[in-house]
Design a protein around this ligand. Structure first.
Ligand code: SAM
Length: 397
């Protein structure tokens, strides 16, 4: 993270601001990047590369834990492409009765963590604990927390996650707000589009970099292409969106804006087109075209209505690069099309015309990976309620 030391504070801090700094922003805390299954390795690598102040990076069920200070965790929200959200752990204690729970909740400096005028969304899960009634736990906690949040301010929403497991309570604040796959770029999407964090992880795993040519021949509303354009332009995934932590007392707007301005200085808009997006469906493609019209950095994407089976990549670019595919399956395949036949035709097309290209392709059954006849490593993940695979490999030749 670039240093914010040279960035001047507007005025002397109040006593409250000093308390916030001492107890919240200047301390090292535990954080947790929540990841969909299959994306933890990418997230771990991203965290390790992001900032040396990020320590104790550890994959755990459901995501990756790490320790750092609040400003670095804000920077992580801005910069990470693979997680769904980042949580800040604010307390951990044992309680097997309501009186202990209430005593522990009262000990937390809520006003230092949360904004005054907040709509608190308390989500409780209890597992093998003496206190198991989630509604009652929420009610007791809310009755203590809300009166402490007296400071006026703009209305904001904040989720507090309370998890009890074998009487051990863990309390976390959702730093991100809306899920992080929402990058704030697309205005509209097709039904059930690919999530941006998944597209990001597949691009990273298949070895897509700033210099790589990308072919996205079943692009739909263009999730792969937009993520690729952000990577090529050096734009942090969260640059165009806002976060829940921006309402927190411990958030330093001037420092965060300074980090964004520094990031902006590294944006590199490409002149030549290295991203080729196409789809057989003009209405899906028009959503990508709308996004291209609105963002300068997306002008590097060449979008065309074309059938994948008609594409000759060497007519578009002399370079070999990465081809990513999120073909339709299930109901969306339509008609009487046999899915094994469809994927075997995709395999034949790639083998014939994409020799030497690296491939990232999504499919819903392991057998379909084999049906394509390509040397693909299946990366399992979960999306839209389904267990899926991303086949990662290279077409021989
Ligand atoms: C699952 S959707 C892709 C969704 C996309 N990843 C997104 O996030 O919006 C599959 C897409 O493949 C397209 N498609 C199906 N058959 C095609 C073909 N033969 N050539 C090009 N596109 C095709 C469909 O029109 C659809 O937009």
């Amino acid at each position: 993270m670039p240093s914010t030391k040279g960035n001047k504070q507007a005025s002397a801090p109040s006593a409250f601001e000093k308390r916030v700094k001492r107890r919240v922003s200047a301390r090292v805390h535990d954080f947790f990047a929540v990841c969909p299954p299959g994306l933890k390795t990418t997230c771990q690598k991203e965290l390790a590369a992001l900032d040396t102040d990020i320590q104790e990076i550890q994959p755990l069920p459901g995501g990756v834990a790490f320790r750092t200070k609040l400003p670095t965790a804000c920077f992580a929200n801005l910069s990470l492409g693979s997680p769904s959200k980042v949580l800040m752990r604010i307390a951990s204690f044992k309680a097997d009765n309501f009186s202990t729970l209430e005593k522990k909740i009262k000990q937390i400096d809520w006003e230092l963590f949360l904004p005054g005028n907040t709509d608190l969304n308390i989500q409780v899960t209890a597992h093998k604990s003496r206190l198991y009634h989630s509604g009652a736990i929420e009610e007791r906690c809310r009755a203590i927390i809300e009166p402490r949040l007296f400071t006026p301010g703009n209305k904001s929403e904040q989720s507090l996650l309370i998890r009890a497991d074998h009487d051990q309570f863990e309390l976390s604040l959702d730093m991100s707000g809306e899920l992080l796959f929402k990058r704030g770029i697309k205005q509209k999407v097709i039904k059930a589009p690919l999530r941006e964090n998944l597209a990001f992880a597949i691009l990273k795993t298949v070895g897509f970099t700033k210099q790589t040519v990308l072919m996205d021949p079943m692009c739909g509303s263009g999730t792969f292409s937009i993520e690729a354009a952000m990577i090529q332009a050096n734009i942090p995934p969260g640059f165009y969106r806002s976060f829940a932590f921006e309402h927190w007392p411990g958030f330093r707007k001037e420092n965060f804006n300074y980090l964004k301005t520094q990031a902006q200085k590294n944006f590199s808009m490409e002149e030549d087109s290295r991203i080729f997006a196409s789809d057989i469906d003009g209405s899906a493609l028009s959503l990508l075209e709308d996004a291209i019209d609105q963002h300068e950095f997306l002008k590097t994407i060449q979008a065309r209505k074309t059938d994948f089976f008609d594409i000759q990549p060497n007519q578009l670019t002399p370079k070999k690069g990465v081809v990513v595919l999120n073909p339709p399956y299930g109901k969306r395949l339509g008609g009487d099309m046999d899915i094994t036949h469809f994927f075997s035709e995709i395999g034949k097309k790639l083998t014939a015309d994409f020799k030497g290209w690296r491939v990232g392709i999504i499919y819903p059954e392991k057998a379909l990976g084999k049906a394509m006849g390509l040397p693909l490593q299946p990366m399992p993940f979960f999306h839209g309620g389904l267990d899926l695979f991303a086949g990662i490999g290279k077409v021989r030749g």
